[in-house]
Design a protein around this ligand. Sequence first.
Ligand code: PEP
Length: 240
Amino acid sequence: MYFIANWKMFGDTNSLNSLNKVIKFIKLFKKKRLIKIIYCPPNTLIDLVSKKLKNTNIEVGSQNCHEKDDYGPYTGSVNCSMLKNVGAKYVIIGHSEVRQSGESNELINKKIQTAIKSGLKVIFCIGETIQQKRKKLTKKVLSKQIKLGLNKIKNKKTIIIAYEPVWSIGTGIIPKPLDLLKTINFLKKKLKNNKILYGGSVNSKNINQLKLIYNLDGYLIGGASQDPKKFIDIIKKTYN
Ligand code: PEP
């Protein structure tokens, strides 16, 4: 099971201390071989977090990347080589908070191609808005995001898919169990070789309900991942 921590635009050098609890927990956790933890802090902390997690089996990723892997006059941007250079092994691409600022499916596709070429593993986020859900367009929207996002990508199976309904991110609302089960089944049929995660308001309470969705391969966790106690609780309860 994957437990991916997305710190979003939170965290500074003091936040590194919060990793101590998680490192200690994992060392003693009996099911540690069954889980893969990936921290995606802001780019400013990737180097420090990677160093901190060096002798653990916890890995590090970025929350975004530039679509080109060369160097050049792209003010404010960071390419995949730069991310790898400071210890990132993964990159989140297509997060709805980035899509909202104008990132298209075509741009996402370019980023995914570049990330794979550079050797980063991709965590590809897809999900419908509340309006699309109300119009019963979920499957159609997901199919389009997958088709365009993964266009011409050969080695698809290394891509981790995170199904994140936009209306669920940061709202405390999670999908109804049957709806989620059906959507994950739909994605599993479409993407037979990919790990499929759920993301959107996962916390230490609703994990008891989410873990019943038998075909999930893990969770992408935003808000709750910034608090080590909550993050550890989610992992523990997944196996209780
Ligand atoms: C996310 O950032 O991908 C996310 C799912 O956030 P949250 O858990 O806070 O809803």
